[in-house]
Design a protein around this ligand. Structure first.
Ligand code: AMP
Length: 470
């Protein structure tokens, strides 16, 4: 079965001592992008070295023994998250292959949308796959390209693939970063003591004291060698359409996207939500941690006091990590507890950044009523998610997305709130500093709200439907 939906973090550094140690630090700061497993491939001038382990970076890489196995002045790393149950060790990245031209390590964040047919063709014509990851298709295409140079082979491979990707590739002489034609998944370029760094988010540059240079552009390939960085624009026909969910939910609040912290965008979303919804209440309570910046923005805009009415247990994983609905519900209980002193007798406005299945909201709303709140209004600082994602942020299929099959009244009843309100799409764009979404010139990849998929994802949609049937 094809391996769908992985949201991940990528990091690479070229030309510096203890590259694997710096990569470990980078992966630590990208841990929110994937907790299922992590991996690092390093190159020491003679050989490639690889360690990939299931679990958290801190539990597996922060020790002299592991880092001792990853010598060299260049390294590439990956944190992985998948939800298909295909959490096998061989699917962890970076993937590595010994190609005719030499070693080739590849870290991928995103989801390719045409790999089912590509893989079928490759298998029929003799390729042997070792993983169920869509990333291996890229390796196979590179291996089979009849071009001479690695960069040309890679360009050849990329001309066949479609979907969302931020890639970091490492060979014995190069580190290469690529973003898909729409720039759906993020990738930034930085520098530390003359060594170039590539990473999913700027927070990974900050942790190692690297300087941010710029974002890799949509459709751009950057090739880092001992001589510096070369930029090749592979696909130029598209306007950039970065994933709006990086700003709403996925990226770390201290990361900078398009000149502003993600925190600032999220506060703006909350402010905008308060402008659109005037509700009499005594207290604003965030669902931690995801709702905190938006709740602050909402409180500042509305003048209603902000209180930490829900306490989050930080020592368990994200709710989404559990594969089945029954266990997920239990996970939500473990994750949040109520702070009665802030809630009792109060009219509460509860704020979160998004509503996906409604599991979190339902649980937390009930908790707040049980703690003695007289009203619980639930405000979501983004529009209803009506369509699934196929580009790597892992939202579930239509049957599990609450807003795909319920109207506002029904959703309010499912989550058990006094009232439920969402931010408008226009308000969302305003909070992002782009007030002008037009049907023909959208600024973001926002299909979760609009159904406007920039890359044809029908192949994957069909597979989701098949899974639903099985
Ligand atoms: P749910 O409980 O299924 O409605 O999920 C909503 C919660 O999941 C919110 O607290 C969000 O912050 C969080 N969330 C939103 N999008 C995602 C995502 N793609 N992966 C994991 N969690 C998410």
């Amino acid at each position: 079965m094809h391996d769908l939906k992985h949201k991940c973090g990528v990091f690479g550094i070229f030309g510096i001592d203890e590259a694997a140690v710096l990569t470990t630090l980078g992966l630590h700061s990208l841990q929110h992008r994937g907790q299922e497993g992590a991996g690092i491939v390093s190159y020491d001038g003679k050989s490639f070295h690889s360690v990939r382990k299931e679990g958290l970076v801190g539990d597996n890489f922060d020790n002299a023994e592991t880092l001792g196995k990853l010598p060299g002045r260049q390294a590439v790393g990956h944190v992985r998250y998948s939800t298909t149950g295909e959490s096998r060790l061989e699917n962890l990245q970076p993937l590595f292959a010994n190609l005719a031209a030499g070693g080739f390590a590849c870290s991928h964040n995103g989801n390719l949308t045409n790999t089912i047919s590509l893989r079928k063709h490759l298998v029929q014509t003799g390729s042997i796959f070792q993983t169920t990851s869509d990333t291996e298709v890229i390796l196979q295409l590179v291996a089979r390209s009849d071009k001479q140079k690695t960069v040309d082979k890679l360009m050849d491979a990329l001309s066949h693939i479609e979907g969302a990707y931020a890639l970091i590739i490492m060979t014995n002489k190069k580190m290469i970063g690529v973003r898909d034609p729409f720039g759906i998944r993020p990738l930034v370029l930085g520098e530390k003591n003359g060594a170039y760094v590539l990473a999913s988010e700027t927070c990974a540059l900050d942790i190692i004291g690297a300087r941010y240079i710029r974002d890799v552009k949509n459709g751009e390939m950057v090739v880092v060698t001992n001589d510096g960085v070369e930029s090749i624009q592979l696909f130029s026909q598209h306007k950039e359409r970065p994933c709006i969910f990086e700003r709403i939910y996925f990226a770390r609040p201290d990361s900078i996207i398009d000149g502003q912290t993600v925190y600032a965008y999220r506060k703006n979303l909350g402010e905008q939500l308060a402008k659109e919804n005037k509700i009499d209440a005594d207290v604003i309570v965030p669902i931690p941690d995801s709702g905190v910046p938006a709740a602050l923005g909402f409180a500042q805009q509305s003048g209603i006091p902000f209180e930490l009415g829900i306490i989050r247990n930080h020592y368990i994983g994200r709710t989404f990590i559990e594969p089945s609905q029954s266990i997920r519900q239990f996970g939500v209980k473990l994750k949040h507890s109520v702070n009665r002193s802030a809630i009792k007798g109060q009219r509460v406005i509860l704020i979160d950044d998004s509503l996906v299945r409604g599991t979190t909201a339902n649980k937390v709303v009930r908790m707040i009523f049980e703690a003695g709140a007289s009203e619980v209004h639930l405000g979501i600082s983004s529009p209803p998610i009506k369509h699934p994602d196929f580009y790597g942020i892992d939202t579930p299929n239509y049957s599990e997305l609450l807003a795909a099959s319920h109207n506002l009244e029904e959703m309010t009843s499912v989550v058990g709130a006094t009232s439920l309100f969402f931010l408008s799409l226009t308000g969302t764009y305003m909070a992002m500093g782009h007030p002008d979404r037009h049907e023909d010139v959208p600024q973001f990849t926002d299909h979760c709200f609009t159904g406007d998929y920039p890359v044809d994802a029908r192949e994957l949609m069909a597979e989701e439907v098949m899974k639903g049937v099985n």
